[in-house]
Structure formats: C-alpha cells, structure tokens
Design a protein around this ligand. Structure first.
Ligand SMILES: [Zn+2]
Length: 302
C-alpha cells in the first residue's frame, strides 16, 4: 500500500449498492485505483447509499468483498453516505443562510406541465424556476415545501460565475455546460426527504479531501452541477477524468438495471484483464498483485 506522504493525491471509488459490481463498475474501480497508484496517492472507497429505496441489502458487503478479491483495498475507512445526513444538512443550511437555496412546492407533474415538449429519453425536465423567490419569481405562493433547490442565478451573481461552466476532463478534454439552461435549479433535498446525489457527492468529496475524481463517463454530465455547488459552498474543485463506458449488447449503458451480469470472480484476474483491456492496458498473467503493479506502470505512461 502506498505511503500517504508520497503525494497530495486522494482519489475515490464511489459505488451505489444497488447490486454487486458488474463489468462496467469494475472498469471505474480499476481506473480510479490505478490513477491513484500512478500518482503515489491514496484511494478511498465511499458507498453512495443516499437513495435508500434503490439500495439492495447486502450489496455493500458484496461490493467490498469483490474489490478485495481484485486486490483493491481502500486506504482509509469505508464511508457510507447514509450515515452522513448531518453533513448534508449543514451544507444545505449554509446555502440557505447565503440565500443560495430555496424551497420548491412543485410536483413532477407541475414541472412537466411547464414543458413545451417531452424531455429527451434519460433526461429530466428542465426546472423552469417556478418557485424561485422574488425578485426573480413568485416564490412558493402558499404551496407547501416539497424539495429544496439551488438558486443558480444567485450563485452566479454572488460568486461572479459565467453562464457556462467549463472544465478540462483528463480523458475527454474540454467540457462545458450551461446548467441553468440545460438542467435548471436542481434539487438538493428531495421531496421524499432524501438527500440529492449532487449535494452528497460534493460534500463528501470535499470532506474527504478528494483531489481527483475518476469515474465512468455516464456521470460526466453531473460535473457542471457539482462544480456549481462547490463554488456555492466555497469548496475546491477536484480534477475530473471520465472513463469510457462498457456498453451492453444493445448499445445501452451496462447497468444493474438492464440486467448486467454480476462479475464472475472465480478467476479475479480474468475479470481484471477484461476491465484493463477496456482501459487500453495489456493482458497480464501471474498473480493479481503482479498484474496490478504492471498496469500501474502502464497507466503512468498512458
Ligand atoms: Zn417549484
């Protein structure tokens, strides 16, 4: 295990325990681990279980066991987001105190009714700012609070941010998104009382001192929202690298939802070789430890 003194790099792998690891999630795990090793850094595992209805009992233990079989061990305690509500509440309180978050009384139907056309597949309707407080909008107008949202317009004004959020992705190159236009004021605390993924990730990345986020390309379009939240909360922005997705036979993203097979780890090196091949690394034989060491060397010159 590398010495934490070797570098300031802190990376992480942050699976949701909605099932065991599949081929796609192993790619993300291996890429984030290799990037940390190649930088002489630390690698932390964080269980993203804020969306409790989607979590499967026992999946966390299974994922940790699968990682261990692949020789991937967290360099610190495994953090579980379900135990961290106090941190998320503190962040929301800070945003409210700065006038950067506001209550929303809209149901999903209310928001869909404001759309001139159906949102594209896999995308949510853009929130039109119905409940944004004056002088920008009418506010709740007597509706009960259902959710809390980030006031992007006020964040931009207070922090002097341009409309376009831009960043350099270590894999994908220059990226940009106009969050206000493409997403709208997004949710921080959901109507069902659960913390939104974006808020939990931003708070934990900062509290864990994460410097480098290496994750699957399916999460790329969360980056601009997370950067806006970092800026709203006065938190640093990590470097981002989004790795190519493993696609299912139908060309869709491989996921637990479309029946991705759980990894067969009777031969961990075979599973690791498949993940490494997807990352453009050469096939290895021998032990898992030797393979990981060779891939780390390859990753450094990648
Ligand atoms: Zn609303």
């Amino acid at each position: 295990m590398p010495s934490s003194a070797a570098s300031d790099y802190i990376g992480r792998f942050a699976p949701s325990p909605t099932g065991p690891l599949h081929a796609g999630s192993l790619v993300a795990a291996l890429a984030s681990w290799l990037d940390a090793q190649a930088h002489g850094g630390q690698w932390l595992v964080r269980i993203e279980d804020v969306d409790t209805p989607r979590c499967v009992p026992g999946a966390t233990e299974l994922i940790l066991q699968q990682l261990a079989q692949c020789g991937l061990h967290s360099d610190g305690p495994v953090l579980r987001q379900s135990e961290r509500s106090g941190h998320y509440q503190a962040a929301l309180n800070a945003l409210i105190a700065q006038g950067l978050a506001y209550p929303c009384g809209c149901s999903r139907k209310d928001i869909e009714a404001t759309q001139s056309q159906q949102p594209a597949r896999h995308t949510a309707a853009v929130y039109p700012g119905t409940c944004r407080p004056s002088p920008y909008g009418p506010g709740l107008q007597g509706k009960a609070t259902r959710a809390w949202r980030l006031n992007i317009q006020t964040v931009r004004e207070q922090k002097g941010l341009p409309a376009m959020t831009e960043w350099h992705d270590a894999q994908l190159g220059q990226q940009q998104q106009n969050v206000a236009q493409e997403v709208g004021d997004f949710v921080l605390l959901r109507a069902d009382g659960l913390w939104a993924y974006q808020l939990a990730v931003v708070v934990d990345d900062a509290l864990q001192g994460i410097t480098h986020v290496v994750r699957g390309a399916d999460l790329c379009d969360n980056t601009a929202r997370q950067m806006l939240l970092q800026q709203a909360l006065g938190l640093p922005t990590p470097q981002y690298r989004h790795t190519p997705l493993v696609l299912a036979a139908d060309g869709e993203k491989l996921s637990k939802q479309n029946g991705a097979q759980a990894l067969d780890l009777s031969h961990p090196l075979s599973a690791l070789n498949a993940a490494a091949a997807h990352l453009g690394l050469s096939a290895q034989s021998g032990t898992v430890q030797q393979a990981l060491a060779n891939w780390t060397a390859q990753w450094s010159t990648h």
